[in-house]
Write a protein that binds this ligand. Sequence first.
Ligand code: AVJ
Length: 316
Amino acid sequence: MFAAAFENQFAADVHCGLTRMDQKTLPCRYFYDDLGSALFEAITTLPEYGLTRADARVLQAHAGELMDLLPGELIVAELGSGTGIKTRPILEQLGKRQTAIYYPIDVSGSALAKCALELGGRASVFPLEMNYLEGLRTVSERRATGQTLLTLFLGSTIGNFEPDSASDFLYAVRQSICSGDALLLGTDMVKPVEHLIAAYDDPTGVNAAFNLNLLGRINRELHGNFDLRRFEHLIRYAPDAQRIEMHLRSRVDQTVRVKKARLVVDFAMGETIWTESCHKFHPEQICEMARTAGFHLEAQWVDQEWPFAESLLVAV
Ligand code: AVJ
């Protein structure tokens, strides 16, 4: 009902987040328009941002072991595949014993198109431009008898969820698959704070551009009049919550109008918009999250250079 009052969910979510009385917020899923996806690709190449390279190293090094732990015929689904570059070693290993069947699921059509191009030679690729759970249920329904479903949730995207929502999400994934199916979960681990701050507030300013682009997207798609130069990128680390917080801080007292969200909103100098949470994990927390969601932790591989874990969870 609420969304119907606006021309789309984006407008409704912007209205909701910017009219909050306490802390203004904007959902991080709106970072990924074409410019945002390109800026994120650039972030993954930053010397300070080791997460994506660590994820790729673990997958490259352990794809063979992973396949050995999942005998029988497999189909592979990936939540938030993006361009799918990191998934290649898994499909190559699977391709040694069967035709690899791969369902990348993503909200970004442009990323899915690149993914199909990137991996089309190594697998039968069936892109699904859907939200994660809708896509997973679709794949689970399409499987043939005797096929095991391996779901990939890489890159520590799980870190964007607040802890309760992360558990709820893993539980919903569990409910969408069958006993014996598997989930490969990528999680960035707790590490020295200065490494995290440098990764999310890089001196080149790419994270800042990625963050500010959210206001640019609102201007482009919702006819806002944000002056991006009147906001600045701000990173905080909340040790108790093991969380990096990304904010946009207002440099001045100002009023912004967002026509398609039927919004006129005041910002005080120093006031922030909270745009993203990036939670970091300890190994035992992953084990506990798995158990409460109905999974057994079968194996875990951790990168030594940049602490990042891939955990193989099997549905009980
Ligand atoms: C894509 C969510 C894993 O949290 O590190 C990168 C997004 N935000 N720089 C992350 C991100 C700022 C990234 N994830």
